[in-house]
Design a binder for this molecule. Sequence first.
Ligand SMILES: [Zn+2]
Length: 553
Amino acid sequence: MPCGKGSALTRRPFLFFRPRIGSVTLSILTALYALAILNQTFWAKAATNLAGQTTVLVTLAIGLAAAFIAIFVTLSVKYLTKPVLMIFVLAGAASGWFMDQFGVVIDKEMIRNAAETSGPEAGHLLTSAFVLHIFLVGILPCLLIAWVKISHRPFLHKVGYNMAVIIPSVLVFTGAAYSQAGTFAFTIRQHRDWFETLNPLFPIGSTILYAIGAGEEHGIVAQPLGLDARVSDAEADIKGLRKPRVTIVVVGETARASSFQLGGYEQPTNPELSQEDIVYFKDTTSCGTATAVSVPCMFSGLGRSNYSHTKGLASENLMDVLSHAGIRTEWWDNNTGSKGMALRIPYKELYRTNDPRFCENGECKDEILLDQLDNWLNSVDHDAVLVLHQLGSHGPAYYARYPDAYRRFTPDCRSSEFSACHRQEIINAYDNSILYTDHVLATIIHKLKAQETRIAPSMIYMSDHGESLGEKGLFLHGAPWIVAPAQQTHIPFVLWLGQEARAKTARGCWSHQATEPQSHDNLFHTVLGLMQVETKVHDKTKDLYSSCVKVES
Ligand SMILES: [Zn+2]
């Protein structure tokens, strides 16, 4: 048998066989794969939002296919084609998982939250089901892209060929959009989060916006805030003529008001706080739906309507104003950091201690915040504010937030893979985490009460945002605030006043305030009020304490 070229090819092992494909064809195939396979949430929403409007739905599919093709082919440039397509597929596979499983939207704030999260927290999201999903819809297609060999055309020929695809695609997209413009505009206005699930375009766009923002914000220096602050009766404190005022601010994590018994939830999640003489503000709204937004916002004093990440960075915060007033300030963290709120004050990252009494796999139960509290209270000899930043009810591993003694609602989901549990098991695990927070807060109150002969204490607890537990198919948090369900923005807010602070206020005022709408905007001004700090940045109309102080006749 003659040994020709063809027979050499047939002897070549299969792995070395690499089919040839044009870069435009590869880009079109990947674009259609992304639109069809990585957009389950988008198409599910499309089917609901455009129910009964088959023509509109088909026009949408044609228009988007044309848009995806135009974008993917535009980026099909020699040497870049494969890396760009692989990034699109992998980003789409990862984003698609979180959108499909938890109903979250991967916007700029979600990217910020992901960038600022801790290793153990992120670890809970990397389940075996997630890894399998990434392998099947992300890595396998990428291996296919890597396997094929791209036939390149001469540069000018390629430009002409690409344009021959891009221009008609843009025309088809424009025609599709124009033909149903009224319906699209109306439906998008009604469902503002719908197009934010368009994968991978929106998540990649969000990442780029986040990166640009982070670059622009680099080097911003916080300007002083409240340099005029002073405690109205500071001299009495210095001379020992009155007890030092001590406020403990507990920043909660992922606790939602709808799971608080104090707010009417039918499960007994607040057995300990129910025994205390507290004010529970039933109608309180968070500034954001993620830690990275809410925490800096609530300490900024800017208020939700005026807050932005850049403005927050450009200014000092509540802790600095208190320091300027001569008050001892400190921040203990069992979360993922103070989000820049404790940059200029004493700060302890308790979760880094790995204390085996409280910690496991790099995360600690919130009682670690109480361990040194008595010592700290004993050391207080003048006005002081201590912030305790909880890990609270951070998901999806709710089961990891509470010790066995608080495993009261059962069966509880013992996995961070929600698909492995019934919804009621997820809710039970979450409720146990609230029960444990109830215990932590009540214990703080007991410790403060025990010191009342020496100090004039008070405690404020506010959660940073709420949580979805399967309502409307949503889980976790981080929905854009404007469209977020109440479960993510309606938060628990508790105030406990020691005898001295309480005696100055009118009880009837508190029962009125407790049912009025309140928000994170109140924290900054109420803490200043509790500590009797006078400064021009103090807005008495947002200070719940001062507004309930009895007018002396
Ligand atoms: Zn949070």
